[in-house]
Design a protein around this ligand. Structure first.
Ligand code: GLA
Length: 393
């Protein structure tokens, strides 16, 4: 009997040992593993981990990029979503300044949090536009209008990713082929978006696209920033400047009326830095329509790289500058966040818990010939650049 139980004990302990080893192997597969190409001498790094699977069975991966100064940004291949972005405050403490989630499912129901937006960022009235006399019909996924590329826009597809490490920093090249008539848009559109996190603490975003049929394109990035790194606090104390003398007033469905209105003397004047909350609640017809700021500002300057906006959070000292080649910027103060989504830090994202600064062409441009064109022809290359530059003040 004794010998039998001794054998059992040995078999049992060997089995336990085996299970523990295979379990720990499994979990280490899920943990971040630094890839061989990385950990350069300058201490930049790129690591890759599993982030989950989409309902249609596609694997989603997360890349974490660290620049030479320790600024860390994670991006998932689903929607090219920036899931975390950690920058230091004035005391040197790192904090995550973007809203996000720790799982695929919540991202798929989130209002574009952190994601790349396409084919057309912002709204197209009634989901209709025409090119050369041919009318195209898109999903009306925002009341009677089309918003941010439709039911399954670029925020909900899985992108191919390629790591970049060079002298300027670390990055990720994301590519996606949007097939002819995907979401109702004409042309096979080959899209490349490159995120570079430089050692100068800039997040440079470069968007290119080509088509084989005349189409429309307006790409942007929909990160929700809260520079306090504490999304339980609202962003009304953030100081914003926007280099724009005019904005686009909207109708009751948030479509621009076509007017370019001077910001002077209105709550939309951010030509000098001003707290977001200073006039957000004043009696103003435009603010009422959007429940806050959710408007497109027409940037001063030409199509070259120019300063579009700055955002400053005094308590933490975090300062962010937005530069772009785009003619406009949508400023959205999280008016539709209602506390129902719980973020990665287990905080319920409430109204005004973040601000989006989306560089872009004007909303509804396909239906307003007086707005800068968003048409892309075969043989042309769509190319825009936007930089979010991080520092302390
Ligand atoms: C954009 C729009 C907003 C809202 C958000 C997502 O910023 O302008 O109206 O739809 O996206 O909720």
């Amino acid at each position: 009997m004794k010998t039998k139980s001794a054998v059992y004990a040995i078999v049992l302990s060997l089995l336990t040992c085996f299970m523990i080893t295979s379990c720990s192997n499994n979990s280490s597969n899920k943990e971040q593993k630094t890839t061989s190409s990385d950990m350069k001498k300058d201490s930049t790094a790129i690591s890759k981990s599993d982030f989950g699977t989409t309902p249609d069975g596609k694997k989603v991966e997360q890349y974490t990029l660290t620049n030479a100064n320790g600024i860390e940004m994670s991006v998932i291949t689903l929607g090219g979503i920036i899931t975390t972005l950690k920058t230091p405050d004035k005391d040197g403490n790192m904090g995550d300044i973007v809203l996000g989630f720790d799982n695929v499912d919540t991202y798929l129901e989130s209002p574009y949090i952190g994601a790349l937006i396409g084919r057309f960022g912002n709204r197209i009235a009634k989901g209709k536009f025409s090119l050369d006399g041919e009318e195209y019909t898109l999903a009306t996924n925002d009341g009677s209008n089309h918003l941010h590329g439709g039911d399954k826009g670029f925020d909900k597809v899985v992108w191919e990713a390629q790591e970049i490490t060079n002298a300027s920093g670390v990055g990720l090249k994301l590519t996606y082929l949007s097939k002819d008539m995907e979401e109702g848009y004409p042309g096979n559109l080959e899209v490349t978006v490159t995120y570079m996190l430089t050692n100068e603490d800039d997040l440079e975003i470069d968007y290119t696209a080509t088509t084989d049929k005349k189409t429309i394109v307006n790409l942007t990035q929909h990160t929700y920033f809260n520079l306090s790194a504490d999304p339980s606090q609202d962003i009304l104390d953030h100081v914003l400047s926007v280099d724009a003398s005019a904005f686009l007033p909207i109708d009751g469905t948030l479509i621009p009326t076509g007017e370019l209105r001077d910001v002077a003397g209105t709550p939309f004047d951010f030509t000098s830095p001003k707290k977001v909350g200073k006039e957000i609640a004043v009696d103003n017809e435009q603010l009422k329509l959007a429940k806050g700021y959710d408007h497109c500002w027409v940037l001063n300057g030409d199509g070259g790289m120019k300063e579009a906006a700055t955002l400053y959070h005094e308590k933490s000292g975090r300062f962010m500058k937005v530069l772009t080649t785009e003619p406009a910027i949508q400023v959205y103060t999280g008016n539709f966040l209602d506390g129902t989504l719980t973020g990665k830090e287990k905080v319920n994202y409430a109204e005004r818990s973040a601000i989006c600064l989306e560089t872009e062409h004007y909303p509804d441009a396909p239906n307003k010939s007086e707005f800068p064109s968003v048409v892309l022809e075969p043989g042309q290359t769509y190319n825009t650049k936007t930089t979010y530059s991080f520092s302390l003040k």
